[in-house]
Design a binder for this molecule. Structure first.
Ligand SMILES: *[C@@H]1O[C@H](CO)[C@@H](O)[C@H](O)[C@H]1NC(C)=O
Ligand SMILES: *[C@@H]1O[C@H](CO)[C@@H](O)[C@H](O)[C@H]1NC(C)=O
Ligand SMILES: *[C@@H]1O[C@H](CO)[C@@H](O)[C@H](O)[C@H]1NC(C)=O
Ligand SMILES: *[C@@H]1O[C@H](CO)[C@@H](O)[C@H](O)[C@H]1NC(C)=O
Ligand SMILES: *[C@@H]1O[C@H](CO)[C@@H](O)[C@H](O)[C@H]1NC(C)=O
Ligand SMILES: *[C@@H]1O[C@H](CO)[C@@H](O)[C@H](O)[C@H]1NC(C)=O
Ligand SMILES: [Cu+2]
Length: 392
């Protein structure tokens, strides 16, 4: 702990002198397991970023005036309620980008929120295990946050869900208590289910603590219109954008958080992968024996609609999960800004199948019904391009 503090001070001062970012082995196993190491490293990353931003040419976005994204449970109840109210508003709002001509090809797109779901469905094989996984999802969450603010009068910022806090028992998390200030309850418990073999990951998964419809809280009465496309034990849609009205389902499952989302998992992923190609692979569970990574772990730990590779943004929790994903990526970048902020590696197709060109920061990345296509390089820096935010 004391060594860690000394390291923190040293790293902050020499932010641009090429000092090595910390490794997991710089901390005791106990400090790694209980989040002390993670929080220490997060502070270093923030002070590196503060130093970096302060030494730039003047811009409108400063460290001080940047938006502050908070962990869900640290937000006051009024802000939480106004957040979920604005999400419900987006779900009730007609599409804003899909034209009347296009609607025949997208029968399941009924709302502005559905336009996000449809876009993610459409691009699934171009934004996962690709060079732009982090940047694309950073932008996707950014546009959604801006829509909540501009279309639905939300005055707060995008919250995130730090699943490491809940790794022992996500079903007991305050996010899911199911009152009006929560992110909605777990799904209704479905007893007597057997294990499910997941072929993609070659793993047998035990049933979670829910499995049915979200029963209470702000999202208990919503209708999902799109998906699922690839959930086990489910009647999946037969075409990508089919209209399939149903409840929101969840199945909170500690099997995944304990194996993939503990502070130890997050800290080792973040500190022991210094190259972007390794970091992004391990993060998503590609190219290793860990078939989920912290990204897949959060999806499967929530279960139900969040476990669908294509239509998971249907559950608003997706955006809190990706807030945490982006937070960890941001910390990783800021631990060694010179080497990591603009580091990219890979192509635009999942696992480079079918083969595609190596992506460049000057490439255009598509956003379908969400927004105009964007320039990849505009989303590498949370204080640059259209972005201006930091994580608390
Ligand atoms: C947002 O605020 C404006 C101005 O007060 C109001 O006209 C509009 O109806 C509000 N929109 C929503 C979705 O509440
Ligand atoms: C679950 O299984 C137990 C033991 O096999 C049985 O007693 C119980 O009735 C089952 N419950 C339901 C809801 O099927
Ligand atoms: C959901 O609908 C039921 C029945 O109409 C109603 O009693 C309940 O208050 C609604 N819940 C929310 C969170 O809107
Ligand atoms: C997909 O097609 C099959 C066979 O026609 C049908 O039984 C099933 O209900 C369809 N699934 C959905 C979600 O529409
Ligand atoms: C995640 O961390 C836990 C301890 O917190 C450990 O048991 C598990 O093996 C780790 N998972 C991976 C994939 O390394
Ligand atoms: C889906 O992808 C096709 C082919 O790239 C594209 O023409 C279409 O606009 C996309 N639609 C959405 C909603 O992203
Ligand atoms: Cu995704």
């Amino acid at each position: 702990m004391r060594a860690a503090m000394v390291l923190a001070a040293a790293t902050a001062v020499s932010a641009n002198l090429g000092m090595l970012a910390p490794k997991t082995s710089d901390y005791s196993a106990a400090d790694v397991a209980d989040g002390v190491a993670f929080n220490d490293v997060a502070r270093m990353a923030t002070s590196n970023m503060q130093y970096n931003v302060a030494n730039r040419k003047a811009t409108d976005c400063t460290f001080e005036n940047a938006d502050e994204r908070q962990e869900w449970r640290t937000m006051d109840t009024a802000t939480r309620k106004s957040f979920t109210d604005s999400v419900l508003c987006l779900m009730d709002m007609p599409p804003t980008h899909m034209t009347a001509d296009q609607s025949a090809s997208y029968p399941g797109v009924k709302s502005r929120h559905d336009e996000y779901v449809a876009t993610h469905i459409n691009l699934t094989y171009n934004v996962h295990d690709t060079a732009d996984f982090f940047a694309w999802h950073r932008a996707f969450a950014h546009f959604w946050e801006k829509d909540l603010q501009s279309l639905c009068n939300y005055t707060g910022k995008l919250p995130y869900w730090n699943w490491a806090i809940d790794a022992q028992a996500p079903q007991d998390s305050s996010l899911f208590v199911g009152d009006q200030y929560s992110m909605g309850s777990n799904g209704k418990f479905i007893p007597n289910r057997t294990d499910t073999y997941l072929y993609e990951q070659s793993i047998s998964m035990p049933p979670g603590t829910g499995g049915g419809c979200v029963e209470s809280g702000p999202f208990s009465n919503i209708t999902l219109n799109l998906g699922p496309l690839d959930l086990p034990n489910t009647d999946n849609v037969n075409s990508s954008f089919e209209y399939n009205p149903r409840c929101l389902s969840r199945d909170l499952n500690a099997f995944f958080t304990l194996n993939y989302n503990t502070y130890t998992n997050v800290t080792t992923t973040m500190l022991d992968n210094i190259y972007i190609e390794d970091f992004q692979d391990i993060f998503q569970g590609y190219g290793s024996s860990n078939k989920f990574g912290v990204h897949g772990g959060g999806h499967w730990a929530t279960g139900g609609d969040m476990a669908d590779f294509h239509s998971s943004p249907a559950d608003p929790l997706f955006f809190l999960h990706h807030g945490q994903v982006d937070r960890i990526y941001t910390i990783w970048q800021n631990l060694d800004i010179d080497r990591r902020q603009t580091a990219i590696k890979g192509t635009s197709t999942l696992g480079n199948s079918p083969p595609s060109a190596e992506m460049q920061l000057s490439d255009t990345i598509p956003f379908g019904f969400v927004a105009a296509d964007q320039t990849f390089g505009d989303f590498m820096d949370t204080f640059g391009g259209p972005l201006c935010y930091k994580y608390l």
